[in-house]
Design a protein around this ligand. Structure first.
Ligand SMILES: *Cc1c(COP(=O)(O)O)cnc(C)c1O
Length: 394
């Protein structure tokens, strides 16, 4: 990358930091127009050149187009990856990983993680497509009990794993996966590149739902897979994406790049507010427990402090002193926190997880999951205080 477009001669060119790479939002100004905002390519097909050769790498949009490629380049730099692939959603990216595994492959997954990932893995296991064993992310190192040396193909972890904010030690998981001959995949959606770079900590694949912090404006669904090595399973997954037609289209990729420009400032501000909210609520008489890895009282705080170097993020859960109906009532009575699913946007959201996950879910009845946005922390705290008083006095 040549920042000014000028040959720097004998003056050494310093590396551009991930933070500055994100802020620039493109790898270099558009070569044909000089536009500093990347163009949106919407073409579904690409003309061959005068020799009738394909203009590599583009032939047909289902394989991925130039705008998504630009976004992939930025994300690859942020993750220190050899290759990055963008998908139409987080779930389509995760489904492609499982699809790329051989028939009957053994995978190890957490029993508490993003509910869609768990549901899809369980479905594939019922069909005999994969064999899956679970570990509990609240028990440190428990993946060791279910990893099978020479047999397990994939160890999948999520950290922090909402809604309980379980923390898994990425370096320990990487050592265990390597010993077993398995690949380590980290769902790092709630710990984006400003705070965690899972590939540097030993992961083979890092996954993000781009729908969340990376885009950050609640107007795109996208999935990202970044790979320590470009060959192997990365190529398999790319071919699944091509046949499924799940490459991210141009407009969505453009919105994602627009969001990435402010990723670092958004994440810093959100982390700061979330810590203030968690600290205030921990002292609240109507709150039984606050689950946030940034609090010294959180069982995973020590590990989180080591592997989340740029803030503890905006996801926290509170367990109120009250039943499910009262918890739902708190969500309903908030004025700033919007009662909606998802996370990582500029607007704060609140969700009663038991109502979403169903009666079988092990989530406590009184648990409310918060996604902290960019409103002021003081107003968000006041909003929760007010809703808690109204809901519990009724
Ligand atoms: C949202 C989410 C996903 C799935 O991503 P989509 O973009 O919604 O398909 C996976 N993992 C985590 C942790 C998530 O929050």
């Amino acid at each position: 990358m040549n920042p000014g477009g000028i040959d720097a001669g004998r003056v050494p060119v310093p590396e551009i930091s991930p933070e500055s790479t994100a802020a620039r939002g493109m790898t270099s100004p558009d070569s044909s127009t000089g536009s500093i905002v990347p163009p949106i390519h919407l073409s579904s097909t690409f003309a061959r050149d005068e020799r009738y050769d394909a203009r590599n790498p583009y032939t047909y949009a289902r394989d991925g187009g130039p705008t998504a490629r630009e976004a992939e380049d930025i994300l690859r730099t942020l993750e220190h990856a050899e290759a990055t692939l963008l998908f139409t959603s987080g779930m389509s990216a995760l489904a492609a990983v499982l699809e790329a595994l051989p028939m009957g492959a053994h995978v190890v997954i957490p029993d508490r993680m993003y509910h869609g990932g768990l549901a899809w893995s369980r479905r594939l296991a019922r069909l005999g497509r994969i064999r899956a064993d679970c570990f509990h992310p609240g028990e440190r190192g428990s993946f060791l009990d279910v990893l099978r040396s020479g047999e397990t193909r994939l160890l999948w972890i999520e950290t922090p794993a909402n809604p309980e904010c379980w923390i898994t030690d990425i370096e320990a998981a990487s050592r265990a996966a390597k010993m077993a001959g398995a690949l380590l995949l980290v769902d790092s959606t709630t710990a984006p590149p400003p705070t965690t770079r899972a590939l540097n900590l030993g992961a083979n694949i890092v996954f993000h739902s781009g729908t969340k912090y990376l885009n950050g404006h609640s107007d795109v669904t996208a999935g990202v897979l970044s790979f320590r090595e470009a060959g192997g399973i990365c190529e398999e997954i790319e071919s699944v994406r091509k046949f499924h037609g799940t490459a991210l289209p141009g407009f969505e990729a453009w919105l994602l790049m627009r969001g990435l420009r402010t990723l670092f400032v958004r994440f810093a501000r959100i982390s700061e507010s979330a810590l203030a909210i968690a600290t205030a609520l921990e002292r609240h008489p109507l709150v039984d427990r606050v689950l946030y890895p940034g609090l010294p009282s959180h069982p995973g705080h020590g590990i989180a402090a080591r592997q989340m170097t740029g803030g503890f993020g905006g996801m926290l859960s509170i367990v109120i002193r009250g039943n499910a109906a009262q918890a739902r009532d708190v969500a309903r009575r908030c004025r700033l926190f919007v009662p909606a699913t998802s996370l990582g946007g500029t607007e704060s959201l609140i969700e009663h997880r038991k109502s979403i996950e169903g009666e079988d879910s092990p989530v406590p009845d009184g648990l409310l999951r918060l996604s902290v946005g960019l409103e002021t922390a003081a107003e968000l705290i006041e909003d929760l205080n007010r809703a808690l008083s109204l809901a519990t006095e009724a």
